[in-house]
Design a protein around this ligand. Structure first.
Ligand SMILES: C[S@@+](CC[C@H](N)C(=O)[O-])C[C@H]1O[C@@H](n2cnc3c(N)ncnc32)[C@H](O)[C@@H]1O
Length: 211
């Protein structure tokens, strides 16, 4: 099937995805690094990157169509602190993200896979949570939200399967509108439908042992 190539200005190429990440080489400087998993059309990632230019943002999205949309807007903005990755986040986090290197993970509205026979496809699983924890810096934060109440319960069990977190906070609130600079595309969409959003925030201890 013919697929239009994505402009590669801000895209990590397949060569960049062969070895564990060297963030200084990726961003051309040393900076705190945050990762968004499943960036969709990139609303949150780009708003945050503009708001916090001193932080490097890696956006992972496996669907090329969405990644291309994000890249187009990124070209207009010319944000030097963003790099995009068109890959499965499971592979990227497990194989390429080094220990104690990420200041925050953002996982907003991951696909809920509501049918029981598809639950194993959900990205938030105990093993994946262990890799997120492994790669977070001391005091690093994992933020997840979903509008799907049963997936929220599944997320709660998955994150709490790891006893090492300093703190796990959960709360629910009405989806925020576009007036909130940090609302994702899905959150803005759900705010019109007045849906509840279930949030989970996990913090690593300050004294997280560095291996
Ligand atoms: C429901 S959308 C949410 C998009 C965005 N976070 C938002 O809130 O507007 C979920 C996104 O995650 C992406 N995704 C799902 N599983 C993924 C994976 N394993 N690796 C990378 N991206 C993934 C999907 O392609 C989709 O764009």
């Amino acid at each position: 099937m013919f697929t239009t190539p994505i402009d590669e200005t801000y895209l990590l190429t397949s060569n960049d995805l062969l070895n564990p990440f060297d963030y200084t080489a990726i961003f051309g400087r040393t900076c705190p690094v945050e990762i968004e998993i499943g960036v969709g059309k990139g609303r949150f990632l780009l708003d945050e990157a503009v708001r916090r230019p001193d932080t490097g943002f890696l956006g992972i999205e496996r669907v090329r169509k969405y990644l291309r949309m994000t890249h187009l807007r990124l070209n207009e903005l010319g944000c030097e602190n963003v790099r995009l990755i068109c890959e499965d986040a499971g592979y990227v986090i497990r194989q390429l993200v080094v220990d104690n290197s990420i200041a925050a993970y953002h996982v907003y509205f991951p696909d809920p896979w509501p049918k029981r026979k598809h639950h194993k496809r959900r990205i938030i699983q105990p093993d994946f949570v262990r890799h997120l924890y492994r790669t977070l810096i001391p005091s690093g934060v994992l933020r997840i939200c979903t509008d799907h109440e049963q997936y929220a319960h599944h997320i709660d069990l998955a994150v709490k399967s790891l006893p090492e977190w300093e703190e796990v906070r959960t709360w629910s609130e009405m989806a925020r509108t576009e007036e909130s600079s940090t609302a994702t595309h899905f959150e803005v969409k759900y705010s019109r439908e007045k849906r509840m959003v279930y949030w989970t925030e996990c913090c690593c201890p300050n004294e997280k042992p560095i291996r």
